[in-house]
Design a protein around this ligand. Sequence first.
Ligand code: HEC
Length: 202
Amino acid sequence: EGWTAPALSGRSPAPLAWTQQDLVDFMRTGYSANHGVAAGPMAPVIEEGLSRLPHADLQAIAVYLRSYHPEAAAQAAAATLNAQAERQVEPLSSQGARLFSGACMACHAQEKGAQMAGVRPSLALNTNLFAEAPDNAIRVVLDGIQRPANAELGYMPGFRHNLNDAQIAILLNYLRQHYAGQAPWPDLAAQVGRLRAETEQK
Ligand code: HEC
């Protein structure tokens, strides 16, 4: 369906290691402030399955998953990563920055502006921006999140009809560089075009 499932082991691309509490929060509510939301096909797994399990079961699953993580090396705190990313965002300095401030920042800035409905997932901590495959990031921008893992998370609008392939590629590579500090994804506009065609509602 155009989504990539990240590794749950120590090879997870997440910038912060998953703690026991992060895993339990994510499985129970579909959201961890240190990692982001359960989107795409993961949302119904939370909604119809994991969120209904007894707390003790979630704790046990989290212990099991944590056993695949090597002891986390010292790492920057979430607040530091968020603050660094926001300092680097200079709203009108490039086309990517302009697209971001026009289309995304109202809901996603961590330090500025009023809280909109739902959660405000930090893009500086978002696994999808650190991942080798851009697919999940592209899917979220194309179609938003129409079916949240739980209603309190809120909805995200899709940009399929507002942004073209080149604009989405510029925007996502801007976020990948500025928020995740990673090299840009190669050939990104073509990948946006491919996923756009594959996931077009007939
Ligand atoms: C109207 C508010 C709003 C706007 C505008 C918006 N988002 Fe979102 N976004 C959300 C909400 C709320 C969620 C979490 C939704 C959920 O899981 O229920 C989200 C989730 C995401 C996620 C998924 C996070 C994850 O953990 O996987 C990404 C990536 C994302 N947004 C990127 C963007 C980008 C890029 C833009 C600009 C093109 C944008 N958003 C515009 C509200 C918004």
